[in-house]
Design a protein around this ligand. Structure first.
Ligand SMILES: Nc1ncnc2c1ncn2[C@@H]1O[C@H](COP(=O)(O)OP(=O)(O)OP(=O)(O)O)[C@@H](O)[C@H]1O
Ligand SMILES: Nc1nc2c(ncn2[C@@H]2O[C@H](COP(=O)(O)O)[C@@H](O)[C@H]2O)c(=O)[nH]1
Length: 205
Protein backbone atom coordinates (compact mmCIF):
# COMPACT_ATOMS: atom_id res chain seq x y z
CA UNK A 1 0.00 0.00 0.00
CA UNK A 2 1.56 3.30 -0.99
CA UNK A 3 1.84 6.06 1.57
CA UNK A 4 0.43 9.42 0.53
CA UNK A 5 2.86 12.32 0.88
CA UNK A 6 1.91 14.82 3.56
CA UNK A 7 0.35 18.17 2.78
CA UNK A 8 2.52 21.29 2.69
CA UNK A 9 0.63 24.17 4.32
CA UNK A 10 2.05 27.64 3.72
CA UNK A 11 0.79 30.48 5.90
CA UNK A 12 1.95 33.87 4.70
CA UNK A 13 1.05 37.53 4.98
CA UNK A 14 2.55 40.84 6.06
CA UNK A 15 4.65 41.29 9.15
CA UNK A 16 2.48 41.96 12.19
CA UNK A 17 -0.71 40.44 10.80
CA UNK A 18 -0.50 37.70 13.43
CA UNK A 19 1.02 34.72 11.62
CA UNK A 20 3.11 33.68 14.62
CA UNK A 21 0.24 34.20 17.06
CA UNK A 22 -2.13 32.15 14.92
CA UNK A 23 0.48 29.45 14.36
CA UNK A 24 1.18 29.13 18.10
CA UNK A 25 -2.56 28.90 18.82
CA UNK A 26 -2.94 26.21 16.16
CA UNK A 27 -0.06 24.19 17.57
CA UNK A 28 -1.34 24.57 21.14
CA UNK A 29 -4.33 22.44 20.20
CA UNK A 30 -3.93 18.67 20.81
CA UNK A 31 -5.91 18.08 17.60
CA UNK A 32 -3.27 19.74 15.43
CA UNK A 33 -1.38 17.24 13.33
CA UNK A 34 0.97 19.52 11.41
CA UNK A 35 4.72 19.59 11.89
CA UNK A 36 6.17 23.08 12.16
CA UNK A 37 9.18 23.80 9.98
CA UNK A 38 11.60 25.96 11.96
CA UNK A 39 13.07 28.64 9.73
CA UNK A 40 16.63 29.87 9.58
CA UNK A 41 17.47 33.55 9.91
CA UNK A 42 20.44 35.88 10.15
CA UNK A 43 18.62 38.32 12.44
CA UNK A 44 19.47 38.58 16.13
CA UNK A 45 17.21 36.69 18.56
CA UNK A 46 14.59 38.82 20.31
CA UNK A 47 14.25 38.61 24.07
CA UNK A 48 12.84 35.20 24.95
CA UNK A 49 13.62 33.61 21.55
CA UNK A 50 15.74 30.45 21.52
CA UNK A 51 17.88 28.85 18.82
CA UNK A 52 16.24 25.73 17.40
CA UNK A 53 12.85 26.69 18.84
CA UNK A 54 11.84 30.00 17.28
CA UNK A 55 14.47 29.99 14.53
CA UNK A 56 17.85 28.57 13.71
CA UNK A 57 19.87 31.75 14.21
CA UNK A 58 22.89 31.65 11.91
CA UNK A 59 25.56 34.11 10.69
CA UNK A 60 25.23 35.50 7.15
CA UNK A 61 28.14 33.48 5.77
CA UNK A 62 26.60 30.20 6.98
CA UNK A 63 23.23 31.16 5.46
CA UNK A 64 24.83 32.11 2.13
CA UNK A 65 26.74 28.81 2.00
CA UNK A 66 23.45 26.92 2.48
CA UNK A 67 21.87 28.90 -0.38
CA UNK A 68 24.84 27.94 -2.59
CA UNK A 69 24.51 24.27 -1.62
CA UNK A 70 20.77 24.27 -2.46
CA UNK A 71 19.85 23.37 1.11
CA UNK A 72 17.00 25.87 1.38
CA UNK A 73 13.55 25.34 -0.14
CA UNK A 74 13.16 29.11 -0.32
CA UNK A 75 14.79 32.18 1.08
CA UNK A 76 14.24 35.92 1.13
CA UNK A 77 15.96 39.00 2.41
CA UNK A 78 13.52 40.84 4.63
CA UNK A 79 14.28 44.28 6.09
CA UNK A 80 18.02 43.60 6.13
CA UNK A 81 18.08 39.95 7.22
CA UNK A 82 17.89 36.59 5.49
CA UNK A 83 15.11 34.11 6.26
CA UNK A 84 14.81 30.63 4.77
CA UNK A 85 13.29 27.17 5.03
CA UNK A 86 15.61 24.15 5.42
CA UNK A 87 14.74 21.80 2.54
CA UNK A 88 15.63 18.39 3.97
CA UNK A 89 13.28 18.68 6.96
CA UNK A 90 10.35 19.57 4.68
CA UNK A 91 10.98 16.70 2.25
CA UNK A 92 11.65 14.09 4.92
CA UNK A 93 8.53 15.04 6.88
CA UNK A 94 6.28 15.11 3.80
CA UNK A 95 7.71 11.76 2.65
CA UNK A 96 6.81 10.25 6.03
CA UNK A 97 3.17 11.20 5.32
CA UNK A 98 2.99 14.05 7.84
CA UNK A 99 1.81 17.58 7.04
CA UNK A 100 4.32 20.42 7.24
CA UNK A 101 3.39 23.96 8.23
CA UNK A 102 5.47 26.92 7.00
CA UNK A 103 5.03 30.43 8.35
CA UNK A 104 6.88 32.69 5.92
CA UNK A 105 6.74 36.05 4.13
CA UNK A 106 5.36 36.47 0.61
CA UNK A 107 8.55 36.39 -1.52
CA UNK A 108 9.50 33.03 -0.05
CA UNK A 109 5.94 31.76 -0.40
CA UNK A 110 6.06 32.57 -4.14
CA UNK A 111 9.25 30.48 -4.45
CA UNK A 112 7.59 27.56 -2.67
CA UNK A 113 4.60 27.87 -5.02
CA UNK A 114 7.04 27.43 -7.96
CA UNK A 115 8.80 24.42 -6.46
CA UNK A 116 5.90 22.69 -4.70
CA UNK A 117 2.72 23.83 -6.48
CA UNK A 118 0.62 21.11 -4.84
CA UNK A 119 0.96 22.87 -1.47
CA UNK A 120 -1.90 24.69 0.22
CA UNK A 121 -1.26 28.44 0.22
CA UNK A 122 -3.09 30.60 2.77
CA UNK A 123 -2.73 34.36 3.03
CA UNK A 124 -3.44 35.84 6.45
CA UNK A 125 -4.90 39.35 6.05
CA UNK A 126 -5.37 42.10 8.63
CA UNK A 127 -8.75 43.81 8.99
CA UNK A 128 -6.99 47.01 7.78
CA UNK A 129 -3.51 48.56 7.44
CA UNK A 130 -4.09 50.61 10.58
CA UNK A 131 -4.83 47.40 12.51
CA UNK A 132 -1.53 46.08 11.18
CA UNK A 133 0.41 49.13 12.33
CA UNK A 134 -1.27 49.05 15.74
CA UNK A 135 -0.31 45.38 16.12
CA UNK A 136 3.34 46.06 15.26
CA UNK A 137 3.46 49.01 17.65
CA UNK A 138 1.70 46.95 20.34
CA UNK A 139 4.18 44.08 19.91
CA UNK A 140 6.96 46.51 20.76
CA UNK A 141 9.77 44.46 19.22
CA UNK A 142 10.84 46.98 16.58
CA UNK A 143 11.73 50.65 16.67
CA UNK A 144 9.31 53.00 14.91
CA UNK A 145 11.55 53.30 11.84
CA UNK A 146 11.49 49.53 11.27
CA UNK A 147 7.73 49.44 11.90
CA UNK A 148 7.28 52.10 9.23
CA UNK A 149 9.29 50.05 6.71
CA UNK A 150 7.29 46.89 7.54
CA UNK A 151 3.98 48.74 7.06
CA UNK A 152 5.22 50.24 3.77
CA UNK A 153 6.21 46.76 2.60
CA UNK A 154 2.79 45.44 3.64
CA UNK A 155 1.10 47.62 1.00
CA UNK A 156 2.91 45.65 -1.75
CA UNK A 157 2.45 42.33 0.05
CA UNK A 158 -1.33 42.79 0.25
CA UNK A 159 -1.42 43.02 -3.55
CA UNK A 160 -0.12 39.46 -3.72
CA UNK A 161 -3.05 37.94 -1.85
CA UNK A 162 -4.89 36.87 -5.01
CA UNK A 163 -2.01 34.47 -5.79
CA UNK A 164 -3.08 32.34 -2.82
CA UNK A 165 -5.57 29.47 -2.62
CA UNK A 166 -7.29 31.12 0.36
CA UNK A 167 -7.34 34.46 2.14
CA UNK A 168 -8.12 34.26 5.86
CA UNK A 169 -8.85 37.43 7.82
CA UNK A 170 -7.21 37.57 11.22
CA UNK A 171 -9.83 39.62 12.99
CA UNK A 172 -9.81 37.30 16.01
CA UNK A 173 -7.14 34.67 16.57
CA UNK A 174 -9.50 31.79 17.43
CA UNK A 175 -11.70 32.53 14.42
CA UNK A 176 -8.66 32.65 12.11
CA UNK A 177 -7.48 29.29 13.51
CA UNK A 178 -10.91 27.73 13.00
CA UNK A 179 -10.92 28.95 9.39
CA UNK A 180 -7.45 27.52 8.74
CA UNK A 181 -8.35 24.17 10.30
CA UNK A 182 -11.50 24.01 8.18
CA UNK A 183 -9.50 24.75 5.01
CA UNK A 184 -6.93 22.05 5.81
CA UNK A 185 -9.64 19.49 6.61
CA UNK A 186 -11.44 20.28 3.35
CA UNK A 187 -8.18 19.91 1.41
CA UNK A 188 -7.53 16.50 2.98
CA UNK A 189 -11.04 15.36 2.02
CA UNK A 190 -10.53 16.60 -1.54
CA UNK A 191 -7.23 14.73 -1.83
CA UNK A 192 -8.76 11.54 -0.44
CA UNK A 193 -11.57 11.70 -2.99
CA UNK A 194 -9.08 12.25 -5.83
CA UNK A 195 -6.99 9.30 -4.62
CA UNK A 196 -10.06 7.04 -4.32
CA UNK A 197 -11.18 7.96 -7.80
CA UNK A 198 -7.68 7.32 -9.17
CA UNK A 199 -7.46 3.91 -7.49
CA UNK A 200 -10.96 3.02 -8.73
CA UNK A 201 -9.89 3.89 -12.26
CA UNK A 202 -6.80 1.67 -11.95
CA UNK A 203 -8.93 -1.23 -10.68
CA UNK A 204 -11.32 -0.75 -13.61
CA UNK A 205 -8.53 -0.99 -16.18
N1 LIG B 1 -6.38 38.83 15.85
C1 LIG B 1 -5.59 39.67 16.53
N2 LIG B 1 -6.13 40.73 17.16
C2 LIG B 1 -5.35 41.58 17.86
N3 LIG B 1 -4.00 41.48 17.99
C3 LIG B 1 -3.42 40.43 17.37
C4 LIG B 1 -4.18 39.49 16.62
N4 LIG B 1 -3.32 38.56 16.12
C5 LIG B 1 -2.10 38.92 16.55
N5 LIG B 1 -2.15 40.04 17.30
C6 LIG B 1 -1.02 40.76 17.91
O1 LIG B 1 -0.31 41.42 16.85
C7 LIG B 1 1.09 41.43 17.11
C8 LIG B 1 1.82 40.81 15.91
O2 LIG B 1 1.53 39.41 15.87
P1 LIG B 1 2.60 38.36 15.37
O3 LIG B 1 3.93 38.61 16.02
O4 LIG B 1 1.98 37.02 15.56
O5 LIG B 1 2.66 38.75 13.82
P2 LIG B 1 3.50 38.08 12.64
O6 LIG B 1 2.67 38.15 11.42
O7 LIG B 1 3.99 36.73 13.04
O8 LIG B 1 4.70 39.06 12.56
P3 LIG B 1 6.16 38.81 11.91
O9 LIG B 1 5.89 38.43 10.50
O10 LIG B 1 6.84 40.13 12.04
O11 LIG B 1 6.84 37.72 12.67
C9 LIG B 1 1.30 40.67 18.41
O12 LIG B 1 1.46 41.59 19.45
C10 LIG B 1 0.01 39.87 18.60
O13 LIG B 1 -0.31 39.65 19.94
N1 LIG C 1 10.72 33.73 3.28
C1 LIG C 1 10.74 33.42 4.58
N2 LIG C 1 10.20 34.27 5.48
C2 LIG C 1 10.22 33.92 6.76
C3 LIG C 1 10.76 32.72 7.20
N3 LIG C 1 10.64 32.65 8.54
C4 LIG C 1 10.03 33.77 8.92
N4 LIG C 1 9.76 34.55 7.86
C5 LIG C 1 9.09 35.85 7.81
O1 LIG C 1 10.02 36.90 7.94
C6 LIG C 1 9.35 38.07 8.43
C7 LIG C 1 10.07 38.68 9.58
O2 LIG C 1 10.09 37.79 10.67
P1 LIG C 1 10.48 38.27 12.16
O3 LIG C 1 10.54 37.01 12.97
O4 LIG C 1 11.79 38.98 12.06
O5 LIG C 1 9.38 39.22 12.60
C8 LIG C 1 7.95 37.59 8.85
O6 LIG C 1 7.03 37.96 7.84
C9 LIG C 1 8.12 36.10 8.92
O7 LIG C 1 6.90 35.40 8.68
C10 LIG C 1 11.30 31.83 6.22
O8 LIG C 1 11.81 30.74 6.50
N5 LIG C 1 11.27 32.25 4.95
Amino acid sequence: MFKQRGLLIVLSGPSGVGKGTVRKELFASPDTNYEYSISMTTRQPREGEADGVDYFFRPREVFEALIEEGKLLEHAEYVGNYYGTPLDYVNETLDSGRDVFLEIEVVGAAQVREKMPDGLFIFLAPPSLSHLEQRLVGRGTEVLEVIASRVAKARDELEMMDLYDYVVENDEVTKACDRINAIVTAEHCRRERVEERYLAMLEGE
